[in-house]
Each structure stands twice: as C-alpha cells, then as structure tokens.
Design a protein around this ligand. Structure first.
Ligand code: ZN
Length: 341
C-alpha cells in the first residue's frame, strides 16, 4: 500500500474527538481509518469558530454564492480553545495512539515502522498567538510546527479570503506588520506557514518575505473551480517556483465548477485538479490536503478509503513514482525544508 501524508484535517475539534482512538461512526478521519488507508502522517488543525457563525450560504441578488465569516475571534477565547485542543493531541501521544512530529525524523520513523501515525500540530488562524508573538515560543515548545496566519476572517495578522463563488481571491488588504513579523518568526523557528486561507494581497505579502517553500495545505485550482478559496495560475506559479506544494483539497464546493456542496461529486475531480497543477507547474508541487472532518467530501471518501482515491489519481496519468511523490515525497521535501532538518 502506498503510504500517505495528509495536509489538513479538523478531527481534533470535532465534538466527538474523544472517540478518535477507537473510531467514530460518521467521521472522516480517526485512528482505525488512518491505519486502514495507509495515512502515516497528517497535519492536525486547531480551528476556533467564530461565535454564532453558521456555515450557510447567503445567495446575493446577483446569484453569486457568498459565505460570510466576518466575526473576529478574541485572542483570549482562541487561546483557551486552542490550548484545550492541543492538549487532546498531547493526550493521544501520551496514550500511545499518535506521535507528535517535532522534526522530520519523527515523520520518517512513522513512515518506516508500524507504530502510531504521526501528527503535525497546526493552528488554522493565529488568534491564539498574541500580536507581540510572546506565545509563539511556548506553542513551538508544545510542538506547533505549522500555522495559517488567518482563517477566512480578519485578525491582528491579516485578512482571510471570504468564501465567494465565483470570485477571485483578491479581497481586502494584505498582512499587517504583526502578520509579517509572524511569518518571519515562523520561518526562523521552523513553523510552516500555510497560505490556504489568506486573501490574495496577504498571499503575495507572505511570498515576498520568502519564508520558505510556499504551501497551501488545502486548496484547489481556480481555473477549474472559480471559488475565492482556490489558487490562481499566478499563485500556482509562485508556489512551484519556490519549491512548495499545493495540498489538493477534497471539498466538493472547491472542486466542482458549479461550487455545489454535494456529496455526489465524482472522485476523479480531485485527480483533475492534481493533473492541472502538475501540468501547470510540475508534479513535484502536487500533494494531498483533504480537509477531512472540516468539509463536505465526495461520498464514500474518508481516511480509510484513500487507496481507492490513489487508484483514481493514478488513472489520470501518474506513474507509481509520481503517485508516491503526491502521497508523501513532496510533503516530506517541503516539511524538511521548513523544519530545518
Ligand atoms: Zn480550512
């Protein structure tokens, strides 16, 4: 079985996270499913939702589909919420169910042995970090190795891209001074900076700082699905030129040209986006970033059925070496560069 690294899941902040180790009916990713599907490493996201926010579409008069996520989250609330969620990951490590990846050697070990899969601790939106960045060192010490400065809303560091379809990612101003300092400090410490939820101005601000290979952990190609959350060809070029990766997201509404949030979405659309990025900038820059437990994915797809997805991707025209690069090799290269070993 081809071993897999998955660039984004929300399993830690699901209400039934306590059943992660034994398996959760209805969930996308848990320990038994990771083992069944060959996922030996994954980025585990910690996301603090806005108060009262609902994932419901607001159709506008012009027919454009818009999801508003504009309520900011306070540092105090995010810090409390994220600390508890990070504690869950440490508990899973203490009880021998996962190992926390603090360096590339931990991932290599997980891909070489039969022990617990490896988890990369990720903050999706950096509200839990104060704008002076004092908490960043503590989070690093606690194992934080990946961070998105913003989710799809504004915070002290920048402006997330709203969910609008169809639309470009170009909404709002770029990174604040605190946001630029955060990107620089993450680069120094060895914390991957995820660009997936940044608006376009913020994306280019981060790119200009050249903090490391540019990474969008869970996004797709704007040319195939013109959602504001997807990457334009220019953004794909920048990611490729920097040696980075795009984790192709499995979210139906970011894959389909009609943006429908519908489980009856063909699996091969994931392969189509992978093929597009490969044709555009090279297969070395294609990876996987499911967004399991955080979105609607095609029916039947979960962590346990990943081998079936790999078969579908292979049929799109990738050979075994390329498939292994998409499944793990490209992530490994990029993470090793960010983490400095
Ligand atoms: Zn996300």
């Amino acid at each position: 079985m081809i071993q897999i690294f998955d660039g984004h899941n929300d399993a830690l902040t699901r209400e039934d996270y306590a059943r992660f180790a034994q398996g959760r009916p209805g969930g996308h990713l848990d320990l038994p499913k990771m083992r069944a599907g060959g996922i030996r490493g994954a980025i585990f996201s910690i996301f603090t939702p806005s108060r009262g926010s609902r994932h419901s579409a607001l159709p506008r008069q012009d027919g454009v589909l818009e999801f508003r996520y504009d309520q900011p989250v306070s540092h105090a609330r995010a810090a409390a919420h994220a600390t508890a969620a990070a504690g869950r990951l440490h508990d899973l490590e203490l009880t021998g169910h996962l190992r926390l990846a603090r360096g590339i050697g931990d991932l290599d070990q997980a891909f070489a042995d039969d022990g617990p899969p490896a988890a990369v601790l990720h903050l999706e939106g950096a509200e839990a970090i104060d704008p002076e960045l004092e908490a960043l060192e503590l989070w690093y010490a606690a194992g934080l190795r990946s961070l998105g400065p913003v989710w799809s809303r504004a915070n002290a560091f920048g402006h997330g891209v709203p969910f609008i379809s169809p639309a470009t990612p170009d909404h709002g101003p770029g990174l604040s001074e605190a946001g630029k300092a955060l990107v620089r400090r993450c680069s120094e410490l060895g914390i991957l900076v995820d660009l997936s939820h940044l608006n376009e101005a913020g994306f280019w601000d981060a790119a200009r700082l050249a903090p490391g290979p540019l990474v969008a952990t869970h996004s797709a190609a704007h040319a195939l699905c013109a959602s504001s959350r997807n990457l334009t060809d220019a953004q794909l070029q920048a990611i490729g030129a920097s040696g980075g990766v795009v984790g192709i997201v499995f979210a139906c509404s970011f894959l389909r040209p009609d943006f429908a949030d519908d489980v009856d979405t063909p699996l091969h659309l994931i392969a189509t986006h992978a093929q597009y990025v490969a044709d555009r900038v090279g297969v070395d820059h294609v990876a996987l970033g499911s967004d399991f437990d955080g979105t609607t994915v095609p029916r039947g797809l979960d962590a346990g059925t990943m081998p079936g997805l790999l078969e579908v991707i292979a049929r799109a025209g990738f050979d075994t070496g390329e498939l292994e690069a998409i499944a793990w090799g490209n992530w490994r290269r990029v993470l090793a560069e960010w983490w400095g070993s």
